[in-house]
Design a protein around this ligand. Structure first.
Ligand SMILES: C[S@@+](CC[C@H](N)C(=O)[O-])C[C@H]1O[C@@H](n2cnc3c(N)ncnc32)[C@H](O)[C@@H]1O
Length: 248
């Protein structure tokens, strides 16, 4: 089994921008709103590859009675997550071999699968960790044509097409309920920034997420996309792809 890919040195600088960056803030609101729309009755949630706990923190704030469990490969990330969420169950684990069977109402993975060669095995493990009819929530980077040095530096194995994610989810036994792109309105800006990345010698993985002068505008644009998604629109293109599913 090949080593999973993520540079643990990125956790501290990421944790520093997560609370302020448009990208994390708008993504958190999308995850919380999707959770509420599809899994209003859920009482337990497992996040695999929870990193330093930025999504768990948002769920804790919006859904305080939900039992949260965060699983993560790197102790460096769990240390930050423990500071953020001292009362939350945080477990060192490998998503390719989850120690759970039919336990959780919902299982989620946010920007994790693209770091792992055995992504289908992880999806199958997520299904096994959920109770029958339990929910799945997955976010991944989309569009292989956006591939750039940024993906290499953050150690992505792939960017997904919608077709690829749907096929892998279905092979893992997930009944797909909803699939939509996200970060659609910023796709032209992303395409330009990735094209520049391709010709640069070096690229800073955190710089794109640093709150700049357009932070508030970008956050509003992504909030607008979330509102469309809440009204049932499936956005066809975007930097991210979200899939909602259920264990049969
Ligand atoms: C881009 S970060 C996303 C972190 C978090 N989900 C978030 O949304 O902020 C990818 C995370 O996946 C974790 N990861 C990668 N391979 C893993 C594995 N095999 N098992 C558990 N976690 C893994 C990394 O350590 C890292 O924390």
């Amino acid at each position: 089994m090949r080593r999973p890919s993520f540079d643990p040195e990125l956790f501290e600088p990421l944790a520093d921008v997560e609370e302020r960056s448009f990208w994390f803030r708008a993504r958190n609101r999308l995850i919380v709103s999707t959770f509420r729309r599809h899994f209003a009755d859920a009482r337990s949630f497992l996040e695999i590859g929870c990193g330093s706990g930025v999504v768990l923190g948002a769920l804790r704030e919006s859904l305080p009675s939900l039992r949260l469990v965060g699983g993560e490969l790197y102790p460096e990330a769990l240390e930050i997550a423990r500071r953020r969420l001292p009362d939350t169950e945080l477990v060192e684990l490998d998503a390719r071999r989850l120690p759970y069977n039919g336990e959780f109402d919902v299982v989620g993975a946010f920007d994790v699968l693209e770091h792992i060669d055995e992504d289908e095995a992880v999806l199958a493990q997520m299904v096994a960790a959920a109770r029958p009819r339990g929910g799945m929530l997955v976010l991944v980077p989309q569009h292989p044509w956006l591939w750039s040095k940024h993906d290499e530096i953050v150690e992505h194995r792939r960017r997904y097409t919608r077709k690829e994610l749907l096929a892998k989810a279905e092979r893992a036994g997930i009944e797909v309920v909803e699939v939509t792109s996200f970060v659609s309105s910023l796709l032209p800006a992303m395409a330009v920034s990735r094209a520049v990345d391709r010709v640069r010698k070096r690229t800073d993985p955190i710089a794109n997420l640093e709150p700049g002068p357009l932070n508030v505008l970008f956050e509003r644009m992504l909030d607008g996309e979330r509102k469309l998604i809440e009204h049932g629109v499936s956005l066809p293109f975007g930097g991210s792809l979200m899939l909602v599913g259920r264990r049969p």
